[in-house]
Each structure stands twice: as structure tokens, then as C-alpha cells.
Design a protein around this ligand. Structure first.
Ligand code: XMP
Length: 510
């Protein structure tokens, strides 16, 4: 399969380059900048992209690629730091800019560059750099400028070397995707139209080979990743796939039922429901610290899962829905997903269980997993569901988790989701949920004074959960949710809407 390789010099945008290319149906992978040229050659890439990065080419420890990559006869595109590298390593002049340039700049394209094919005139591009190219190397010509003097793009087509100072992968750069497409298709001659589904047959064959006739255990959470991984594995090994679903007692209304409905009744999988709610709730009794809750839930989860897994005597492998952002061997300052996973992972499963791992999604981004799921005919409600945290409702019942509080929250949350779905807002929101506050306030119901709990509604838009903005729900929808919760859920007499973005708040309240 044809591919483009991206060498990572530590930019926070490296993954974006990969996502943009893949959305253009160009398969690409990210490798550390230090990957030896021999390894790169062995993959026969159609092109190489040098990412941006926080370093200066003059730093003592400036990251540099194996210089042999420039002589492989494969086109190279340098982005930001990648451009400075190309200039510096080919005899151009790079120096510190008078001031760090960060944000939008007006770019003017000069005629005749394949990178700017079909793009002309002046438009906005996203810059983020401290150094700049002052003089292009011999054999290069300037292909775009910002202002009258700045060298913002250069190339030496004869040597197959191209560079842009700005970030074409960033959404704010106009025509950025077109530039990446020009590089891949016109300059590198990448012809194929890759799609996640083109991995299907290969992934299925690979799972079969890895399992080698043994049983594979799958911790099915009902989320998108574990569901897609399970369906893939089932295609490969059928009944040898043994799914375990742990009911922590901290699930939302309908979660457990949907699992049984989809995976057992509809798909006919071997699915064990391990009901451990009493154990979880017992251990959470009296606990109020969010981190303590997370730890208890994490450990208990492993314990229950382990116990169930031991009952499957010939199980040799554990299926995991690990995604590409978690496996990229990156020099980047740890990216969004890495940070999220460190405190969110309920796992620790593989290390403890000493089983081989099967990770069929390790080359995919989240949106590609959904696409794969669609080609596997997984129902849309499973694929398009909002993320749900491992510790479940325990971090949405603030303070102590009791059966009574869980019941109130579960009911309010069900009503809210119902209304949001009915109003057609579900797919416009990243996460929509209720939080039960551990305070009571005074209200009046009928002629009587009430003294009950408060429910906070939390709806946010986000692309990756790292930053988020509160959703501007229509007032009549908020009104409907609020009045239904107060009139239908016993124990609640007040509903408030959370209007804080992340940062400074987080999405979850605990
Ligand atoms: P925060 O609250 O940190 O959440 O803004 C960011 C995203 O992560 C989810 N989240 C978790 N997921 N275990 C998980 O599996 C956790 O402990 C956890 N805490 C937060 C949250 O729902 C949001 O999508």
C-alpha cells in the first residue's frame, strides 16, 4: 500500500497533518524524526513530510533527520521547523525573527509552484515560529511571501524539496488541505484512494493469525472503540471471541440493556455480563474524594474482569481498542489523547493479566474507527454515542455515591438525553449529561416547601475533549428539560445550566 511518512519534530500539530492526509484518502504514518533512512526506504514511501517543532535549528540538541532521506529520490515537504531545517541543511540562511510570529498572516503566492496548484492571490495562513528563513539555499526559489519580505514558501523541484513556513494542516490556513493534497497527489504522485475499510480484510486475517485458534477475551464497555474492535474480532474468530461486560452499578439508564440487545441478541456474541454493582457500591461507601473514587473503581474493575477472564480456560489474548494517537512513538510534548488517557484509563489490565494483546485499531484515528464501524454495519447509536467516562456516574454524583443519589441522577440524565435527542441536538454536542450536586436547596412544590437536590446540566462542544465550550442550547429546550426533571424526578427541585468552558473548568465536575 502506498504511503506518505511524516517525521515528527515535536509539533503539537503533527497528528493534524496525518489526519488531513488521511481525510484526503492518502495513507500516512508518523515516525520519530530520528528514524534511520534505511527503515524509511524499506517502507518505500511516496513522500516524506518534516513536521514543525519547538526547536531552533541552531540549538545544540536540534532534532535532525538522517540526511540520507534527501537523497532517496522521494519528495520532501518541510513544514515550519521542517522548512528551516531544509534551508539550514542545504546552505540557506535561517535567523531569529525580530519577534515570534504566532497567528494569522496574509500569504501571497507567486506563480508556478506545484504546491500551490489551483491556488492564487493572497489569503490567510497560520504561523507559529520564532526563526525564519532569510536566504533560500542555492537551487531553491521563493514560492510565497507574507508581506513583502518574508520568505514563506520555497522549493527546489529538481531535488524534490518543498517547504512552507506556515501550517497547512491547521484549520485556519485557507487552502491548507489543498496544499497537502497537491503535495501528495501532484508532487508525490500518490494515486490510490485509501480508506479505513481497505484495512478490513487484512485486519481480520491478522486477528485470526494472532489468535491461532485460542480464545480471545474482550472487555466490552459498549463504547465506540471496544465495540468496533469486538465486531472486527468476531468476524475473524467468531465464537472464540469471549466478551465480558462489567456492570459497575455506575452505568446510565439503558446502558446494560443496550449491550445485551446489540451484542447478544442482534449479533449473537458470547457475552458474559458480570454484575458487580454491589461490590463497587460497597467499596465506594463513605468515599467523597474524586481521585479516591477513580482508584477504587479502577482496581475493582480489574479484579472483577480478572476473575471472569480466569473462567475462560483457553484464553490466550486480550482484545483492546487502542487507537493510533496512543501508539505513535512521538517526540511531541504529550498530545491531547496521551494526557487524557493517563488519568482516565481504567486499564492496567494487560500488565496484570500477562496475556498477549490484540489491538486491531492501533493504526486508526477516532473518526476512522467510526467509518470502519459503519462499514461493519454497527448501528449508528453505538457509533455516534457521546464519550462516557470509565468511572461512570460515580464522578457525576458529587460527594458520596449512594444508591439513592445514583437513582436520582440516572433518572434525570435519562430525561435530559431523551429531550436532547428529540430536539435533534444530540449529534451537535460532544457530551451532554447531568451532575447531581451534594447540596439541597429550598423550593416550593404545590403549597409545600421542599428541600431537595440540585441537578446541573452539562452540555459541551469539543473536538477532542481537551478544550470545550458550553453548548448554546435553545432556551425552550432547556426549559423543557428543566421542567421535566423537576416534575418527574423525585428528590430534585432545582436545575441549573453550567456555562463554563474548558479551560478553566473541566468537562466532568469531578
Ligand atoms: P475532563 O473532565 O478532564 O474530561 O475535562 C475530558 C474527557 O475525558 C472524560 N473523562 C474520563 N474518561 N475516565 C475516563 O475514561 C475518567 O476518569 C475520566 N474523567 C474524564 C470526560 O468524560 C471527557 O470526555
Amino acid at each position: 500500500m502506498d504511503q506518505i511518512l511524516i517525521l515528527d519534530f515535536g509539533s503539537q500539530y503533527t497528528q493534524l497533518i496525518a489526519r488531513r492526509l488521511r481525510s484526503l484518502r492518502v495513507y500516512c504514518e508518523i515516525l520519530p524524526f530520528s528514524t534511520p533512512a534505511a527503515d524509511i526506504r524499506a517502507r518505500a514511501p511516496k513522500g516524506i513530510i518534516l513536521s514543525g517543532g519547538p526547536s531552533s535549528v541552531y540549538d545544540q540538541s536540534a532534532p535532525k533527520p538522517d540526511a540520507a532521506i534527501y537523497k532517496m529520490g522521494v519528495p520532501v515537504l518541510g513544514v515550519c521547523y521542517g522548512m528551516q531545517l531544509l534551508a539550514h541543511e542545504h546552505g540557506g540562511k535561517v535567523s531569529k525573527a525580530a519577534k515570534r510570529e504566532y497567528g494569522l498572516s496574509k500569504l501571497t503566492v507567486l506563480k508556478g509552484s506545484s504546491i500551490f496548484k489551483g491556488i492564487s492571490g493572497s489569503f490567510s495562513v497560520w504561523m507559529s515560529h520564532g526563526d525564519e528563513v532569510k536566504k533560500v539555499p542555492a537551487g531553491f526559489r521563493v514560492t510565497a511571501r507574507a508581506g513583502s519580505a518574508d520568505i514563506s514558501a520555497m522549493e527546489n523541484p529538481g531535488a524534490g524539496l518543498y517547504a512552507v513556513q506556515f501550517h497547512p494542516e491547521v484549520h485556519h490556513t485557507e487552502h491548507g488541505t489543498k496544499m497537502l493534497e497537491n503535495f501528495a497527489r501532484s508532487v508525490c504522485g500518490y494515486k490510490e484512494r485509501w480508506s479505513p475499510a481497505s484495512f478490513l480484510a487484512g485486519s481480520i486475517a491478522e486477528i485470526k493469525r494472532q489468535a491461532g485458534g485460542k480464545s480471545v477475551i474482550c472487555g466490552l464497555s459498549g463504547g465506540v472503540d471496544s465495540s468496533v474492535a469486538a465486531v472486527l474480532a468476531h468476524r475473524a474468530i467468531g465464537k472464540k471471541l469471549r466478551c465480558i461486560f462489567v456492570d459497575t452499578g455506575l452505568l446510565r439508564a439503558g446502558d446494560r440493556e443496550r449491550m445485551t440487545e446489540v451484542f447478544r441478541d442482534k449479533f449473537g456474541y458470547s457475552l458474559k455480563i458480570a454484575d458487580a454493582s454491589a461490590l463497587f457500591l460497597g467499596r465506594l461507601k463513605g468515599v467523597t474524594s474524586p481521585e479516591r473514587k477513580r482508584k477504587i473503581i479502577g482496581h475493582t474493575f480489574i479484579e472483577v474482569f480478572d476473575r471472569e477472564a480466569k473462567k475462560i480456560s483457553d484464553a490466550a489474548y486480550l482484545l483492546q481498542g487502542t487507537l493510533y494517537p496512543d501508539v505513535i512513538e512521538s517526540v511531541s510534548v504529550k498530545g491531547p489523547s496521551a494526557v487524557i488517557k493517563s488519568h482516565h484509563n481504567v486499564g492496567g489490565l494487560p500488565a496484570k493479566m500477562k496475556m498477549g494483546l490484540i489491538e486491531p485499531l492501533r493504526y486508526f484515528f477516532k473518526d476512522e474507527v467510526r467509518e470502519l464501524g459503519r462499514s461493519l454495519k454497527i448501528p449508528e447509536p453505538v457509533l455516534m454515542q457521546h464519550p462516557f467516562p470509565g468511572p461512570g456516574l460515580a464522578i457525576r454524583v458529587l460527594g458520596e455515591v449512594t444508591p439513592e443519589r445514583l437513582k436520582i441522577l440516572r433518572e434525570a440524565d435519562r430525561l435530559m438525553r431523551e429531550e436532547i435527542q428529540a430536539a435533534g441536538w444530540y449529534s451537535k454536542i460532544w457530551q451532554a449529561f447531568c451532575v447531581l450536586l451534594p447540596v439541597r436547596s429550598v423550593g416550593v412544590m404545590g403549597d409545600e416547601r421542599s428541600y431537595e437536590y440540585t441537578i446541573a446540566l452539562r452540555c459541551v462542544s469539543s473536538v477532542d475533549g481537551m478544550t470545550a465550550d458550553w453548548s448554546k442550547l435553545p432556551h425552550d429546550l432547556m426549559h423543557k428539560i428543566s421542567s421535566r426533571i423537576v416534575s418527574e424526578v423525585r428528590g430534585v427541585n432545582r436545575v441549573v445550566y453550567d456555562i463554563t468552558s474548558k479551560p478553566p473548568a473541566t468537562i466532568e465536575w469531578e
